[in-house]
Design a protein around this ligand. Sequence first.
Ligand code: CTP
Length: 405
Amino acid sequence: MLNGKNILIGITGGIAAYKICELIRMYKRSGANVRVVCTPNALNFVTKLTLQNLSQNEVGIEEFTTENYKPEHISYADEADIMVIAPATANTIGKIANGICDNLLTSITCAFTKPVIICPAMNCGMWNNVFVQENINKLKHAGYNIIEPEEGFLACGYNGKGRLCELEKIYQKTENLLTLKNKNLAGKKIVITAGGTIEAIDTVRYISNYSSGKMGIALADCAYEMGADVLLITTVNTSKPYGVINVKSAEDMKIAIEKEFDNTDCIIMAAAVADYKAKDQLNHKMKKTSEDEISITLIKNPDILKCLCEKRAKVLVPSNSCASQKAPLIIGFCAESENLIENAKNKIKNKGCDYLVANDISRKDIGFSSDFNEVSILKNDGTVKHLERADKYTIAKNILEEIYG
Ligand code: CTP
């Protein structure tokens, strides 16, 4: 898959540096050309000779050498199709986020204009440090691809979030970014919703669901990387290089989408919208009573997806007043715990959308809160395409390629 691609790996001074030897092998095995650049501290954990032999290339460390007439940080940046910094220490993350270029690796990163993947690895206390988190958010906002560290036993003896993510994740992300078949979403405005809606009961309590928003966010990331003008409407707090509108309730979400309707090429409803909300939303904290049992009356929320499809159907009716209005493509999601395809087929008809992405939420290894998914894409012409279990970004890429391929 990576045949002929040029991958630049940046290694910084953390114990996980030793794992990158295997990552180099993975890239090489799939046909990529690999160059490695290290911070001086990285060489405390892995030798230059090892990296040189595995990558079959010179390893860059010093910024200024006399052997090459070209400025090295620029030539490294020009040659590579992608840069992968792993492990990335808090120190290097801080420098990149603040435009500091005090070694070859940070100078290359600053000059790099193609995709960059950053894989932080550090002690859990460092990862949670307020300034490290600020820097991470800054990088996310600027469009860097951050693969967050994982929870587990850390080399420093602590248990917590900080260990380098699985190498397979880094490999998969690299492959996805380098093989986005369809990069022609430039000029398309895509609105994507994500996360479970939050329906207030009173000022401190609410009804919601377990949706993490990961699928919708993966779709938004992928559409952005394919060149689309993306607007994410979500209940999840997230920092992104594209537009994000934070909402809480289904009602808020509906208003936010409807504002965009006329200027949108595509709407993807990946959010888990609550079907019901409390009839009376108290504007104070509800007090405990002497009763052992109480009830809250719920009333139906608007079915946003259905409303959007109905609105579009009106736009499509030939009429002089609306003739120039754009009719967006509308994609729904479908969460089912039984009879997935049968229910999905009914749902796509009932809602009136163009595609419906169906997933089985009864499975623990995919769906809600998981990093993975396995879906079937139903089209309104009755065809069904199954996508095997994969990480949500890969699923997102395949969905967008199915729609726009
Ligand atoms: N949806 C919506 N508004 C709602 C409920 C759902 O826009 N009030 C959208 C979801 O974002 C999703 C699709 O409709 O794209 C299907 O959601 P799902 O929860 O699977 O189905 P429901 O319509 O809620 O029906 P049910 O809960 O009975 O399966």
